[in-house]
Structures are given as C-alpha cells and as structure tokens.
Write a protein that binds this ligand. Structure first.
Ligand code: NAD
Length: 484
C-alpha cells in the first residue's frame, strides 16, 4: 500500500458540539482503501445514543446566535470555509482519492466544486429577497423566512466531499444547524469538514457529524422527533425506506436518488463531440455518478460506426492507481460494490454483445478495478438496460425513429438526467422537453450553473435543490398580514 496522504487522522470520530468524540458504546468499524482493500482506519460506529447527543447539541445551537445572525455574518464564515478548501484543495483531493478510489485529477475538480458551493450559497443568502405585497388602503403582506431547525443530512459514498458540501452550504447559509450522517464506505471527508468549520469559526454545535451505518445512525436520525427535515442522497430503495420512516413525523424531505440516464445520439449530431461527451459521461468518476449517461441510444444509420469508435475509445481509457495523475478510471469504492458491478458485467455477457472491457484489468490483481465495459445491441428489457449499475459499464442500443428513441429513453423507472445530441433545432427542443428527466443536457457536457434546479423525476427523486430552491427547502416561509 502506498503511504497514507498527509493529514490523515489516527481514527475517525464523531464531531458533536465542537469536539471529536467516540461512540457512546465504543463501537467502531473498519474502513478500506479501495486500491488495496486493506483496512486503513477505524471509524466510530454511531448508534441512536450518538444521534441523540448530536441532535441535542444542534438543537441548543439553534437557540442562537447562528439562526438569527445577519446573513452577511453567516456568509463571511461560509466564504472562509471556501477559502480554506481552495487553499488546501490538493491535500483534500489526495485524501478523497485515498478514501474513495476516484482518480486524483477528478477528485481535485470535486474539491474545487465544493468550495464553489460554499461561495455560491454565501452570496445567495446575502442577495436573498422575499415578497412584500401591498393592497392599497387595506393590507400589507410580507414573507418572514425562517430556518427550520436541525437539518438531518444523509449522504452517499460517491464524490462524498463535494456532495456533502451541496447540502451543508445551503443548510448552514439559511441558518439551520445540522447533523450529518456520511456514508459508511467513505467516512473520511466528513471529518475534514469538521476541521474546516472549526478553523473557519463556525460556532460549536452548528455542525455535528455522526459516523456509522445507515440502519443504525441513519435510521435514528430519520426517526428523531427534533429533526424536522431530512435531505437524502442515495439509492432509490433507501429513499423509499426513509420516506416511510419519516412519514409519522411529517418531515420535510428532499431526495436525490438513483438514475439510468439516456444519451440519445441522432445521425445529424456532431459525432466527434457526441463520442467525447458520452464516453466521458459514463466513465468519469469511475462511473460512480448519479447523472452518468449509462444508456447510449444511437440512430441506426450511424450505429455500427458509433459502436466501433466508442469501443475503441473505451479500450484506450487508462485504468490504474487513483493517485497517478495519468489515471482516468481508478478503483471502485468497495469490494461489495465491485462484486455488484462485476455481477452486471457477467449478466451483460449473456444479455448483449460485449465490445470492450468485461473484467479485471491486467496487472492490477488487487483493489476494486474494472476495465471500462461496453455492451452493444442491448435490448430494452435487459437488466443492464433497466437497472442502475453505478460503475464503468455502458449499454449501447440502436433506434430507427424519433418516436422509438423517446420510448427507449423513457422506458425505465428512473428520470434523473438525459443527454441529447442533434443539430436539428426543432427536434433538439421538442425531444428534450418530452424526456422524463429532471435535467437535460443538449449538445453539451454535464456542466451546470448552480442557480438551476437539480433533481430527478420518477424513481430518481423528490423535490429540487439548487439556487433558490435549496433556500426554499431549508426554510419556512411565514406569511405576515397587516391591516392598514
Ligand atoms: P445508499 O442508499 O446505500 O446510502 C446512502 C446513505 O444512506 C448512506 O449514508 C447510508 O448509510 C444511508 N442509509 C442507508 N440505509 C438507511 C436507512 N435505513 N435510514 C437512513 N439512512 C440510511 O446509497 P449509496 O450506495 O451510498 O450511493 C449510491 C446511490 O446514490 C446511487 O443510487 C446513486 O445514483 C445515488 N446518488 C444520487 C444522486 C442524485 O443527486 N440524484 C447523487 C449521488 C448519488
């Protein structure tokens, strides 16, 4: 195993009321390095007692001053958080790569995005305006926006540092206090946030962290009566469980769930650009990306050429040590996840035609490595067409007409993202608007402005975050009516 990166703590603890603490019962769990599968650290395994402690601390911190500080004062601290992340981005990326197996160049980009999330919500909260209505001679009505209280944040293991920032920044900007329950495969980044917040001057108890498993710590957070809202990102099945468990408390829920997003390539598209983007769209971030374009639908007249060129590009992707800057696909997060992805690779060999990859790369006998895998002629009823694999595996399927392309694109239970490649202006818009997806990228890569809504439809999510939508989720809007 290569030496651990600089700044790794001796073990991962909870962070409650400004202090790193162990679990009340002393329980821990082992965390693996994805490139070797050796245990690299022990983490505190949180239970209900730890969640109770964290929620109590967050509840006390909600009494003040954080929720009532002028937005500019909160924004200053959030900008300091962003400064610290930017100043340390290389070290943070090394740690993220160590914990997750993400290629180092891509982890660096994610650290910078995390800083940007803090800057964005710091600015937004200062610029925030609410409605006032005057009925001449009768009434003035205005909106009094208030933070909700203790926000429960439950996050997955893919790009954990960045995804945690996507919830932490708006929750804190709006004046809530938080309890974060990070994913058990990748608990490191949450502890890094604790240190960053402390250094930035966030008051004790405003940010609390409890490590541990979903069915213990996550479950206790969802069922805690003093946590009025849960922002969850993870699998659709977990989302259903959380939805049911939160129901008796009528909690506010925001859910960013799984996907099986289509990339639709028409014959009139800029083929070179479409190939670049669709290869990147599923193989970047190890394919462990909610918005991955994991089904590529290609018009029949260009299909054979597309498949050949796509497979060639996939074969040229550099798989290897996540810390090597030349690496394009690193190690998958955990051996359990590797086993899941490999089971789909084997299934795909029965369901479709393998044209690239299909196993473990040569020269990498240990660690969670998979060669970028491309299946062609995938039928819409195949499981590799329907189910989220969440790894470097893609399904290519031909279509003959716009109607068939739309049927295929919408013919899965998910509806997170979609990508459309065509130079026909009318079709570009009508087709994009007909797709069941929360987000569509038209002749473009997966890049977005933080003011736009982020979220999915169907089994891919509930509600939208992003820009003012996040502010709406993390606040109550009280209408005050005054008779003149
Ligand atoms: P997961 O659902 O297994 O776990 C997510 C989190 O939920 C973890 O912290 C886990 O400990 C916790 N959890 C599990 N069971 C729980 C329970 N009963 N109660 C409370 N918490 C519980 O997901 P994962 O495997 O970590 O992440 C991958 C999934 O996340 C994929 O499906 C991916 O598409 C999805 N995802 C979606 C988005 C999006 O924005 N839509 C973004 C990233 C990832």
């Amino acid at each position: 195993m290569r030496p651990a990166p600089e700044g790794l703590p001796d073990r991962l603890r909870h962070f409650i009321d400004g202090t790193f603490v162990d679990s009340a019962d002393g329980d821990t769990f082992e965390v693996l390095n994805p490139a070797t599968n050796q245990v690299y650290i022990e983490a505190a395994a949180g239970k209900k007692a730890d969640i109770d402690r964290a929620v109590a601390a967050a509840r006390r911190a909600f009494d003040g001053p954080w929720p009532t500080l002028p937005p500019r004062r909160r924004a200053r601290i959030l900008h300091r958080v962003a400064d610290l992340v930017e100043a340390e981005d290389k070290r943070l990326a090394e740690l993220e790569t160590w914990d997750t197996g993400l290629p180092i160049t891509q982890a660096l980009g994610q650290a910078q995005r995390a800083a940007e999330n803090f800057r964005f919500f710091a600015d937004l909260i200062v610029a925030q305006r609410d409605d006032t209505y005057k009925v001449p001679g009768r009434q003035v009505n205005y909106v009094n926006r208030k933070p909700k209280g203790v926000a429960g944040l439950i996050t997955p293991w893919n790009t954990p540092f960045m995804l945690e920032s996507w919830k932490l920044a708006p929750a804190l900007a709006t004046g809530n206090t938080v309890v974060l329950k990070p994913a058990e495969f990748t608990p490191l980044s949450a502890s890094l946030w604790a240190e960053i917040f402390r250094e930035a001057g966030l008051p004790d108890g405003v940010f609390n962290l409890v490590n541990g498993f979903g069915e213990d710590a996550g479950d206790a957070l969802v069922k805690h009566p003093d946590v009025p809202l849960i922002s969850f990102t993870g699998e659709s099945g977990t989302g259903q469980i959380i939805f049911a468990n939160a129901a008796p408390y009528l909690k506010g829920l925001s859910m960013e769930l799984g996907g099986k997003s289509p990339a639709v390539v028409f014959a009139d598209a800029d083929l070179e650009a479409a190939l670049d983007a669709t290869v990147f769209g599923v193989f970047s971030l190890n394919g462990e990306r909610c918005t991955a374009g994991s089904r590529v639908l290609v018009e029949r007249s260009i299909y054979d050429e597309f498949v050949a060129r796509y497979a060639e590009r996939a074969r040229n992707i550099v798989v290897g040590d996540p810390h090597d800057p030349a690496t394009e696909v690193g190690a998958l997060v955990h051996p359990e996840h590797l086993a899941k992805v490999m089971s789909y690779v084997e299934l795909g060999k029965e369901e479709a035609r393998l044209v690239a990859g299909g196993g473990r790369p040569e020269g990498l006998p240990e660690g969670n490595y998979v060669t970028p895998t491309v299946f062609a002629d995938v039928r819409p009823d195949a499981r590799i067409f329907q189910e989220e694999i969440f790894g470097p595996v893609v399904a290519l399927t031909p279509f003959d007409s716009e109607e068939e392309a739309l049927r295929l694109a919408n013919g899965v239970k998910y509806g997170l993202a979609a990508y459309v490649w065509t130079n026909d202006l009318r079709r570009a818009h009508t087709f994009s608007q007909s797709i069941d997806a929360g987000m569509v990228w038209l002749n473009s890569n997966n890049v977005r402005d933080l003011r736009t809504p982020f979220g999915g439809v169907k089994a891919s999510g509930l509600g939208h975050e992003g820009g003012y939508r996040s502010i709406d989720f993390y606040t109550d809007q009280q209408a005050v009516h005054i008779t003149l």
